[in-house]
Every structure is written in C-alpha cells, then in structure tokens.
Design a protein around this ligand. Structure first.
Ligand SMILES: *Cc1c(COP(=O)(O)O)cnc(C)c1O
Length: 354
C-alpha cells in the first residue's frame, strides 16, 4: 500500500498482519477451510481464542495475577454501560478528560450515582486533570488513559486505594505501564489492536459478583469469562487479526519494544510542531499523547497551502476531529518512523512556501 495512514480509527495495522489476516480468510493454516467458515468451537478456533487471551495477559504483565482477558462485542461504547452494570453498586467517580469520558459518565448515570471528580472541559480538554480529591468509598474510579480526539494521555495514575477502571481504547499495548493498578480496563480493537468488531476486557476475577442487581448474561463479565469468550459466537475475524497483531508486538520486543519506538515517533512529530513557527500544538505539553498528536495552524487561512502538500505526499487521515479542528496525526504502534518523516518533510516544505 502506498498511503501513509494517520487515521485515528479504524487505523493502521502492520502490513504483515494485514497480509496474514487476508491469507487466513482464503485458507487458515493449510486446513483446507477459511477462517470465517469454520465453527468457533473447532479446535483451530479455540486455540486462536486461547492464545489471544493468554498473549494479551502476558504482554500486559498480568499472567497468573488473578486477571481474565475476555473478548466481547459492542465496542468500547457498550463498556461505558457494562462497566457500571457490573461494578456500580452505590457510587462511582469519573474523571472527565474528553468526549469519550463524557459518554462513559452519561451511561453510568443510568445505573447509579456518579461523581465527576474533575474535568478539563474548561479548556476544551487540552489537559489531563490533576490534584483532585478522591473519596475512598467509591466503588471505582474511571478514567480514559488516552484521549483520542484531544491528544492527551495519562503519564501517571492518581494515587488512590479505590479500584481503578479505565478506557484504554486508543493506547492499550502501546507502552509499558503498571497494568496491575487497574481492577478492570477495556479497549475497542480498532485503534491500536485490530479491526473494528471486538473489544478486549481485562478484569480481576475478584471483581465478579460486586453488585446486587441481576445482570443479563450478555452483559455479565463473569459469564463471558467462564465461557472463555465463547458464550455466544465471537467475531472470529477480528479476534484472529488481534492475535496476529499481538504476535507482532511480541516479536517487536513486547510493550518495552513498541513503547520505546512510540517515544521516538512522538518526539519526531512533536519536535517539528514546536520548532515550526507556523504550527502550534493543541494539548498541554506534559500531557501530550504518544498516540494522537493534535496541532493547529497559527493562521487557518494557510490550510490552502499546507493541505495540498500532504495530500500530494500520499498522507491520509490527517484532518483533526471537528471539536479541535486543525490536524491530528495518529501514530499507533504500526505507524513507521519513515511515514512520520514524510509528514515532517511536508511541514518543513510548507514553512519554506508559506
Ligand atoms: C474510539 C474510542 C471509543 C469508542 O469506541 P467504539 O468501539 O466505537 O465504541 C471509546 N473510547 C475511546 C478512548 C476511543 O478512542
């Protein structure tokens, strides 16, 4: 493929993952059948699901620590509700760091008392809230580790004994982190993990049976965990593609390896944003995301000069979200240093031309 894909999601995957996934649709591992026409209860697919769950925990450093990895459908958006359904008995705390956090708050409110402990809405979510009080009688504290739209990311976690729950849709598997600080986290696959259609949930087994309400089976984490993510038919193609991507991460040094690479990639783009007098970064410097770099033109009228440059350089998906404007370079795991350099070259050519 000849485009440099900066899309925020669904997003770039490693070329070899896409090739191997395409091959498996034609024929899975020389078994004479396609991946998408075999039973999910076949020994081949059971092995795929088992490896996807165990490799997820292994990469996250959570093997043998009382966690279960499960794959469910409905996107991260269903998790906004499902989290509260399974964990919210009395009251929960939420940090509002962007559009997705706001949605999570609104869904949780359907089920119980929700305290918005802090928000960065006052500055159009260009920073991560810090220095707020956390009551110690909360069922859990929910945060969004990476704010895909605004380009902010938690670098450290709030210090609390309250169980932490997180939406990690756009930065899961992107960096080494102490994932054991969380009781539960979830991520829709289509940002940094695989194709749309599946969501990874990682949950402590001690978090089951926390609420008095009756939980419908499909919304019950324990049901999915006990059924090894096979309570109903799982989305076989997304799960397999996620597995290929997890193997790619393992081959590239695990989270240490991809994390170091992601640091270098982020430095390349942010250095240019800061150096180039025609641009300004959107997010607070100390909260900048390693996954989504948001930036604006100081003079919007110059878009007519800049936009043709990156379009001609085969760059795709660079337009910022409508709530921020400007540009957003999503630089997930599979994004290469070379593609970011192409963008940086365009920014420098723009500086010479404008
Ligand atoms: C994209 C995104 C979502 C929404 O995911 P869906 O799978 O479309 O429901 C939620 N949270 C974050 C942080 C996201 O980036």
């Amino acid at each position: 493929m000849n485009k440099h894909n900066f899309s925020a999601g669904p997003a770039i995957l490693p070329q070899e993952v896409i090739k191997d996934a395409a091959q498996a649709v034609l024929e899975l591992d020389n078994i004479g059948l396609s991946l998408i026409e075999i039973s999910h209860r076949s020994k081949e697919f059971i092995a795929i699901m088992e490896e996807a769950c165990s490799l997820s925990l292994k990469l996250l450093g959570l093997e043998n620590k009382g966690y279960k990895a499960i794959f469910v459908q409905g996107g991260a958006s269903l998790q906004f509700f499902m989290t509260a359904y399974n964990l919210l008995e009395t009251k929960a705390g939420y940090i509002n760091s962007g559009t997705w956090s706001t949605k999570a708050i609104n869904e949780a409110k359907i089920l119980g008392e929700v305290l918005e402990l802090a928000s960065s809405k006052d500055k159009n979510f260009n920073y991560i809230p810090k220095g707020y009080d956390i009551p110690n009688d909360l069922d859990y504290l929910h945060l969004t580790t990476n704010n895909t739209i605004f380009g902010t990311q938690y670098k450290t976690l709030p210090d609390t004994n309250v169980p932490l729950v997180a939406d990690m849709s756009s930065d899961i598997f992107s960096r080494p982190f102490d994932y054991s600080k969380f009781d539960m986290f979830y991520a829709g696959a289509q940002k940094n993990m695989g194709p749309a259609g599946v969501t990874l949930v990682v949950i402590k087994e001690s978090s089951f049976n926390k609420v008095s309400r009756v939980i419908p089976s499909m919304l019950n984490y324990e049901v999915h965990a006990k059924a090894e993510s096979m309570f109903n038919t799982p989305p076989v193609f997304p799960v397999y593609t996620v597995l290929l991507n997890l193997r790619w991460i393992a081959k590239n040094g695990g989270l240490e390896g991809v994390g170091a690479q992601n640091d270098k990639k982020a430095a390349l783009i942010y250095n240019e944003i800061d150096r180039n007098p025609l641009f300004e970064g959107f997010a607070n410097q100390e909260d900048r995301s390693n996954m989504n770099a948001t930036f604006n033109l100081k003079d919007d009228k110059l878009a007519s000069v800049f936009d043709p440059l990156w379009n001609q350089a085969n760059i795709s998906g660079l337009k910022g979200h409508r709530s921020v404007g400007g540009y957003r370079a999503s630089i997930y795991n599979a994004m290469t240093m070379e593609s970011i350099q192409v963008l940086v070259d365009c920014m420098q050519e723009f500086e010479r031309k404008a």
